[in-house]
Design a protein. Structure first.
Length: 110
């Protein structure tokens, strides 16, 4: 059964990004439909997968992380959108965000 998970790491402080609000949108022809909302826990992860089973379909998605509130206005990043494509919804997709108030990176994790 496929699923989509995420987590946030605060690279400026060397710890999980706890309490970060995020939304997940499914994109079709550039229009987005909100399919999940969550807040990261003290481990920087969501308590449950963002999508799984029949709700997790192939297609284009965008995760939006609200890191500006987390960093309390420090730096210059406010919202980080990550757009990605799911080719095989029967597998696990993990999309981590490593961030600081000034930059971020992501990758397809395991």
């Amino acid at each position: 059964m496929g699923k989509l998970t995420t987590h946030v790491l605060d690279t400026a402080r060397g710890k999980p990004g706890a309490g970060i609000a995020l939304e997940l949108y499914r994109l079709e022809r550039e229009a987005g439909t909100l399919v999940a909302k969550a807040t990261t826990n003290r481990d920087g992860r969501t308590d449950t997968p963002l999508l799984e089973g029949a709700a997790f379909r192939a297609g284009t998605y965008q995760l939006v992380f609200h890191i500006g509130a987390y960093f309390a206005g420090e730096g210059f990043l406010d919202v980080v959108p990550i757009r990605f494509t799911v080719a095989d919804a029967a597998t696990h997709y993990h999309v981590p965000l490593l961030c600081s108030p000034w930059g971020y990176t992501t990758y397809r994790g395991s």
